[in-house]
Design a protein around this ligand. Structure first.
Ligand SMILES: Nc1ncnc2c1ncn2[C@@H]1O[C@H](COP(=O)(O)OP(=O)(O)O)[C@@H](O)[C@H]1O
Ligand SMILES: [Mg+2]
Length: 216
């Protein structure tokens, strides 16, 4: 089967694109899928994450030199993988982001539940809508990241999300040190063992939801 392509996108730096890309890629690979992370951000966070540890189970490639032809280049690799996860730079209007959205089956937009972050994400929403001209089946989901559910502000922002124009993934990632440790150690969440038990359940639910959206 040809790879299902997930573009992790947002205009906002620090929203959690690289974290979501690498957690998801690691979890999908540990389920036995062949996974490629296309690291398109010149900051190369995904590549650093993968090389900080011993052996990351997904392939991670530096494609930060790519531009509007990214989709053509990755299209040639579709038969080699089950999932391709594109970790994007914080640039909604960049040609490489449009190219990623042209190939993707699913755009995931991590958002921190704060008004500033939500406003910044309006531009990526427009980029996703524009991409549907050439890629009409492109699905999209907001992914609430760094959630702190018990604050009034977070509740108010979460109440705004349904009006954003992109549906929300039911699964969310809370703010957890386990996710940062995982990046520091350069591995997958499961490698943290019992230290990351609750985070692992959270990530497994997210992974299942993404797989079901992408099921052919
Ligand atoms: N759910 C989370 N819990 C705790 N820290 C997080 C979480 N998501 C992201 N971070 C931290 O926030 C920072 C920005 O995340 P990153 O994935 O690099 O964002 P982006 O790729 O969108 O710039 C990093 O230091 C990362 O470790
Ligand atoms: Mg990043």
């Amino acid at each position: 089967m040809s790879a299902r392509v997930i573009a992790v996108v947002n205009q906002k730096g620090g929203a959690g694109k690289s974290t979501l890309s690498m957690l998801l890629a690691g979890a999908l690979a540990e389920k036995g899928h062949r996974v490629l992370v296309a690291d398109v951000d010149p900051q190369n966070t995904a590549l650093r994450w993968a090389t900080a540890g011993e052996r990351f189970p997904a392939a991670v490639e530096d494609l930060s030199g790519e531009d509007a032809k990214l989709h053509k280049r990755l299209r040639k690799r579709l038969d080699d993988y089950d999932y391709i996860v594109i970790d994007s730079p914080p640039a909604a209007a960049a040609p490489v982001t449009a190219s990623a959205l042209r190939l993707a089956h699913l755009a995931l937009v991590p958002v921190i539940p704060s008004p500033l972050d939500l406003w910044a994400s309006l531009r990526i929403r427009d980029a996703i809508y524009a991409a549907r001209a050439k890629n009409p089946l492109l699905a999209a989901r907001l992914v609430v990241n760094q959630a702190q559910p018990n604050t009034v502000l977070a509740r108010e922002v979460l109440a705004m999300l349904p009006e954003f124009g992109i549906p929300m993934l039911a699964a969310q990632l809370k703010q957890r040190t386990a996710y940062r440790q995982c990046a520091a150690l350069g591995g997958t969440l499961s490698e943290l063992g019992s230290r990351a038990a609750i985070a692992s359940l959270e990530l497994a639910a997210l992974c299942r939801e993404v797989e079901s959206i992408l099921a052919p």
